[in-house]
Design a protein around this ligand. Sequence first.
Ligand code: ADP
Ligand code: K
Length: 434
Amino acid sequence: GVRPPLVAPEVEGAAPERRRELQERRLRRLVDRLLAAGGVQAGRLRDCGVGRGADVSLDDLHRLPFSSRQDFWDHYPFGLRSAAAEDVVCVHGSSGTQGRQTLVAYTAHDVDVWTRVMARALGGAGVTRRSFVHCAYGYGMFTGGLGVHHGATRLGATVLPVSSGATDRQLRLLLDLRPDVLCCTPSYAVYLGEAFASTGITAEQLSLRVGVFGAEPWTEEMRQGVERLLGLRALNIYGLTEIIGPGVACESLDSGGLLNIAEDHFFPEVVGPDGQPLADGQPGELVFTTLTKTGTPLLRYRTGDVAALHGPASGSARTLRRMSRVLGRTDDMLIIRGVNVFPSEVEAVLLADPRVSPHYLIVEDRRDRSRPELRIAVEPRDPHGDVEGLERDLTVALHARLGLGCIVRVLPPDHIPRSETGKARRLVRWDYGV
Ligand code: ADP
Ligand code: K
């Protein structure tokens, strides 16, 4: 396989013990910074007996207080800011998938950290100053577009800030400018790939070598579909606005299918529903501590995203710890008749069947409180295929994997809404009286 050189070898390839020393120094500095700023996180630290950074260590990080999205909402707009207002250079916001706007203030130092971790992430995908990056993540308060932009520019690559939407123009630019790198959400990658296929353009006619896709959950099955459609290697990138944006963790061409975490800046933990840390390999809620941010630093921020931690790939030059792909958000976990289901598990079953196109919709139907149902709509690849046979087979496969009887409907092609901008909405909730 290809092994792209490390962009920051002194960090990405550091000995784990040296990295831990650095993380601990940074943790202490963070605690001092939070205490000096006052505010809700300082109050919680004092409540658990911490009066200065020297009082804490990485080994007892799990005793320190969490922070959460609710803190952003309770102290909206900038109550979690630690820097002076004049030191803030930009503000980004989460896309509001969970309902309310979350605003995050960045200092110039934070933008530099973001730029570095994104340069490392793109470098791991083989991006160099000779690369041409078609950046179809949205530009704006959403961190996707500008995050890639900062990192690609730092590497000296050429970046086309095409942003999301206006697909016809995107298709033309992809053909005319022949970029080797595509950055967007996986659902938009599917959208672009299918749009090409419908005009008779094959993956071989495209110039793309690698795609860096993220901002929403996707499965291994989806990865294979995207790789086939666009003729590229599809890599997974993860991040969230509150922590920095994309670049918190990223797969590289040689990271063994997991995502290396930029843990020199964002210290990871995974906790169970009771808030207790879980061992490597066990999926739970991801928690990050921003070790270096100065604008909106966060201690033990509960992301609501479910994944597992792992050590570095054996024999790899990259010594950073890794995480699995995100299985889903804790808020998106469905509990249907006592069975816990993540939408991504449904996706894995659906897309494992070659007759199913990568467009689907999951409906959590609670109109009948005594018998909630999971309804699943899919589209077939072949509009003339056997609909009843496919519905029957998918129902059996879902039952085998989830232990749950679902109601599957195969709709005619183009009946499921496409995501042309940003994140796909694949989960709908029907409740009584709605
Ligand atoms: P919002 O919570 O409004 O979507 P962001 O735009 O900051 O806010 O998006 C961050 C969230 O997107 C993460 O918390 C996670 O749920 C999701 N996400 C980002 N990258 C990935 C990825 N590679 N796989 C799965 N989910 C992802
Ligand atoms: K300023």
